[in-house]
Design a protein around this ligand. Structure first.
Ligand SMILES: Cc1ncc(COP(=O)(O)O)c(C=O)c1O
Length: 381
């Protein structure tokens, strides 16, 4: 099938809800993706910060294969050991007590908010302007963007917003009905927005002083993306609930809410597919490989050198680890121009987001820098 035929099929049969890049991916290996005409692309966005080990990493593939041949699904009526082993591993690396698995990041946020309401008996949640937490009716209530929210209102009541990176405004917004504050340690979809150093610590203190739960949405920042296993570690902050997904499964759909000091009552939450043996075995292989191959350290080191090099080329660059934003005149056009040069990225408005697999090496960073520099020299950004 040629690309025109592929596009026709999509237009005819698939919801037109997505704005796609003009590429049909057919194969991936490591840092690279191949399209339907055999062209090879350097993947610098990892399926939106998901393919932590790159594409088809042998340890990931082997774990999925072995588990698929053993036991794929049972529901949570039965105990399964891959689920419990992954839960134990997650508590160890996060310092949290317990885990509830979900199928993605949105569901992790849903679980977090339900848990916050049930554990505190209070109803209100304060989220941040610019924040993104998903698009289900619950999570959408915490997602800032008008364009995502407006067609679907009214959303779940009890959600409000304050300025990100402004502890004073957060403190003022808390009432006796506030169950939780939810925030991203670095705002991802907003365009890689970093708060000032010390802000997360201030949020932690405000939550403690007011008996309010702190929910860290680490769906995008977790599992080494920012150069620490979890981004809250940059400030030694421990939330009460942490939402994770994306890098957790390395491409296999799975998310989780991790929490400490609280738990659901029996029967308060659930899901047919959550924590399936297959998803958990895949995810365990991802985390073990991240640790064994020191990919968190690689994220910190390669991310910093990539940012330094982009800055020295005169780019307006911001981020941490391998969560990098480059501000350009026209974000969408720059992403399309990079595709012409066989490099895949994404954009939030006029910020090009660079979120490569954590396995990135210097040779890949070199290619990226040279391709974006070419665009600059051609006066295209
Ligand atoms: C911080 C954050 N929370 C939640 C979500 C929703 O996750 P998912 O798309 O896996 O449902 C995202 C997705 O981009 C995200 O970046």
């Amino acid at each position: 099938m040629n690309f025109t035929q592929i596009k026709d099929l999509e237009e005819k049969y698939y919801s037109q809800v997505f704005s796609r890049h003009p590429v049909c991916a057919v194969k991936g290996r490591g840092m690279y993706v191949w399209d339907s005409s055999g062209e090879k692309y350097l993947d610098m966005f990892a399926g939106i910060a998901v393919n932590a080990l790159g594409h088809c990493h042998p340890a990931h593939v082997l774990a999925i294969k072995k588990q698929a041949e053993t036991l794929i699904h049972t529901s949570n009526y039965l105990y399964t050991t891959p689920q419990l082993e992954l839960a134990e591993l997650l508590t160890k690396i996060s310092g949290m007590d317990r885990v509830f698995f979900s199928n993605d990041g949105t569901e992790a946020v849903e679980a977090a908010v339900k848990l916050a309401r049930s554990a505190t008996g209070k109803k209100e949640v304060i989220a941040m302007k610019g924040g993104f937490h998903g698009r289900s009716m619950g999570a959408l209530g915490l997602t800032w963007s008008e364009k995502f929210r407006h067609p679907f209102e009214p959303l779940v009541p009890g959600m409000s917003f304050v300025d990100y990176d402004n502890a004073g405004k957060l403190e003022k917004a808390i009432t006796k009905n506030t169950a939780a504050v939810i925030l991203e340690p670095i705002q991802g979809e907003a365009g890689v927005i970093l708060p000032k150093d010390g802000y997360l610590k201030e949020v932690r203190k405000i939550c403690d002083d007011n008996n309010v739960l702190m929910i860290a949405d680490e769906v995008q920042t977790g599992f080494g993306r920012t150069g620490k296993m979890f981004a809250c570690e940059h400030e030694n902050v421990k939330p009460d609930i942490m939402c994770v997904a994306k890098g957790l499964g390395g491409g296999f759909p799975i998310g989780a809410a991790l929490f400490r000091g609280i738990d659901f009552g029996r029967g308060q939450h659930g899901g047919t597919f959550v924590g399936s043996p297959l998803a958990c075995a895949a995810s365990k292989a991802v985390i073990e490989t991240i640790i064994k191959d020191k990919l968190v350290e690689n994220s910190a080191k390669t991310g910093k050198s990539l940012m330094d090099r982009l800055a020295s080329e005169g780019m307006r660059v911001h981020g941490r680890g391998l969560m990098i934003g480059i501000d350009v005149a026209d974000g969408k056009k720059t992403v399309l121009d990079l595709i012409e040069k066989k490099v895949l990225t994404i954009n939030s408005e006029n910020t090009v987001r660079v979120l490569p697999p954590l396995i990135i090496e210097k040779e890949h960073a070199d290619i990226f820098v040279s391709k974006i520099k070419e665009l600059k020299d051609e006066r295209k950004i």
